[in-house]
Design a protein around this ligand. Sequence first.
Ligand code: HEM
Ligand SMILES: *[C@@H]1O[C@H](CO)[C@@H](O)[C@H](O)[C@H]1NC(C)=O
Length: 335
Amino acid sequence: MAGQYQEYQILLLGLMMMTTGLFCASRAQDPSQLSLDYYLKTCPDAQKIVRAEMECAVKEDPRNAAAILRLHFHDCFVQGCDGSVLLDDTITLKGEKEAAQNVNSLIGFDLIDRIKNQLESQCPGTVSCADLLAIAARDATLLVGGPYWDVPVGRKDAKTTSLELANSDIPAPNQGVIALMTKFLEKGLSVTDLVALIGAHTIGMARCVSFRERIYGDFELTSHLDPTSEIYLGKLKETCPVSGGDDNIAAMDYVTPYVFDNAFYQSLVKGDGLLNSDQEMYSSLVGFATSDLVKMYASDPLAFFKQFSDSMVKMGNITNPEGGEVRTNCRFVNT
Ligand code: HEM
Ligand SMILES: *[C@@H]1O[C@H](CO)[C@@H](O)[C@H](O)[C@H]1NC(C)=O
């Protein structure tokens, strides 16, 4: 039964491809093409398949949730959400994995491969890696206690990457609030989106190289330095000495590192943010708009959840105008 149905689907898909291939060879992708029911007929279980794999992975190690959420962000900020971040370097293609903010830092590629294999075995050549990542990022959030949102789908996977854009467009931890706002505005994302999306740092880890400047810099100036903060700062300095230990890691939300909640913003209000870029949202002298938002999310978790969901959809809507393909292996363009 299932086999017959699948064969029928493949046949249908083949026919569709033949006809669309004849009349519209390569059309630029319009973000309005994203829709909630894109895979309804071609891969009705796509969402379920992604969810099942994400459930296992997050249960096994909650860090997986952080890994995937970040991959989606780094994907969307370079050429749009087109799976470009997932491409491996080859002789003919220079990927984005060596970019300053990605190298020795991005994880989760094996999990993406695992999910993709499941999708390919049930609906070959159907679900793009970019969509897989967008759905998995939503599931990651949900599985560690964050909000749910419907994920519009229909993205295509890029056939190209840009190491240059990855280096220039992905924000860095020691940038100031103006630079960070600018990077978001350039992607069509507002200051509100910036402050809400950075709330993703309520889960996951940062390496010592990412927060050394902060803990030996203005931490003692921004922090209230109550006994908890004193102890926290002491531990951070143990984890991250003045030199060496570059890859040692610490949670960005030391209160609840693997719960998606608003404790992260409460730490910023206390002045205890781990990254300079995080603390900037509250403490920067030019960031009055951002600090008001931080205060609001610190006191109103539902307002944070609502805005995070909306901003994730907005970020996920950044498409690559070049269009593309549905990759069968997320690491390589189709041959
Ligand atoms: C101002 C913008 C942002 C900056 C400067 C920034 C910077 C960073 C840095 C430096 C790290 C640690 C990486 C390392 O040390 O290896 C990190 C981790 C992370 N970021 Fe961001 N980030 C920003 C926005 C976002 C956004 C918008 C999201 C998602 C919506 C996000 C999700 C994450 C997650 C989940 C982690 C933890 C990853 C893990 O545990 O492996 N970040 N970010
Ligand atoms: C995102 O795209 C979907 C589908 O094209 C659209 O319905 C929705 O309004 C967009 N949302 C935002 C916040 O841009």
